[in-house]
Design a protein around this ligand. Structure first.
Ligand SMILES: Cc1cc2nc3c(=O)[nH]c(=O)nc-3n(C[C@H](O)[C@H](O)[C@H](O)COP(=O)(O)OP(=O)(O)OC[C@H]3O[C@@H](n4cnc5c(N)ncnc54)[C@H](O)[C@@H]3O)c2cc1C
Length: 252
């Protein structure tokens, strides 16, 4: 029986980042539960995305309900099922939300969400390798973001053609303005996918500050024929101000 101060369910884009931040405080004992596998051979290779988009080993393969507007069809809804979650199978395109949207939400009463207020968090999450304005871009965060050069003649020609019809080349659409044409910035560095799995995978789990278990713990997982559970969350009790989770390992 082990106890933890925090249990984070799902080691995806959000969960792995939350566990990483919580475990930065050595007083916190953090358990990160992930239903899927620790990794997949194709998940770190950018082009491997094509091999994961319909692959049940790393993808929940959800689909939408049939409805009139889809002519009765079920549309595929892929979601990552491995460490890093969907950030381990996604398209790696890096685009921030538009400043005006954040500002409109703030004006509608969503205090704290204006672009000026969220910008420090965008900056803190990234290590951006391109040029750009340091007022908008972060250089020391955990997520590496790159800006590919339009070296291929096709891309260069399209960008040039856009200029001829008045669409300017924007060297950093995640900077002061999103308008214009540009190559997609990418969560790819050194030829590898940058997923949130990296924040957990960098350290072997035992040495990591965040404990990491593959743990399909919810009963419905067993009912839908997933692998045997390796751990069960047995309960959560409140001790002082922080909840303490009680985990029983090797249960089925
Ligand atoms: C194919 C694809 C392409 C995409 N392309 C882009 C792109 O180019 N650019 C972009 O910005 N965004 C893209 N996205 C979207 C982006 O990746 C997601 O919005 C983001 O990763 C979602 O993060 P999340 O933390 O909410 O969920 P996820 O990252 O999906 O994490 C959820 C995690 O929880 C786990 N889990 C679920 N249930 C349980 C359970 N009961 N117990 C334990 N673990 C559980 C899952 O296995 C998964 O690992 C794409 C997404 C997909 C699927």
């Amino acid at each position: 029986m082990q106890t933890y101060d925090y249990i984070v369910v799902g080691a995806g884009s959000a969960g792995a980042a939350v566990a990483n931040r919580l475990s930065a405080d050595p007083r916190n004992k953090v358990l990160l539960l992930e239903a899927g596998r620790a990794s997949h051979p194709w998940s770190s290779i950018p082009i491997g995305m094509a091999r994961l988009i319909t692959n049940p080993a790393a993808n929940w393969l959800y689909s939408s309900e049939p409805e009139a507007s889809t002519n009765g069809r079920r549309l595929p809804v892929p979601r990552g099922k491995l460490l890093g979650g969907s950030s381990s199978i996604n398209g790696m395109v890096f685009v921030r939300g538009q400043a005006q949207d954040f500002d409109t939400w703030a004006q509608m009463g969503n205090r704290g969400w204006s672009y000026t207020e969220v910008l420090p968090f965008f900056k803190r999450m990234e290590s951006y390798a391109g040029g750009g304005d340091d007022g908008f871009r972060g250089r020391e965060g955990p997520l590496r973001v790159t800006n590919p050069e339009p070296r291929d003649l096709l891309f260069a020609t399209i960008i040039k053609a856009a200029a001829q019809v008045g669409i300017r080349h924007n060297p950093d659409y995640n900077g002061a303005s999103q308008a214009g044409i540009a190559m997609s910035q990418a969560t790819i560095a050194g030829g590898r996918r940058m997923s949130t799995a990296a924040v957990v995978e960098c350290d072997p789990p035992c040495q990591s500050k965040a404990a990491c278990l593959r743990a399909p713990y919810a009963p419905w997982h067993a009912m839908t024929g997933m692998e045997q559970s390796s751990a069960f969350v047995e309960g959560c009790v409140s001790e002082g101000s922080a909840p303490t989770a009680v985990v029983r390992e090797n249960a089925s």
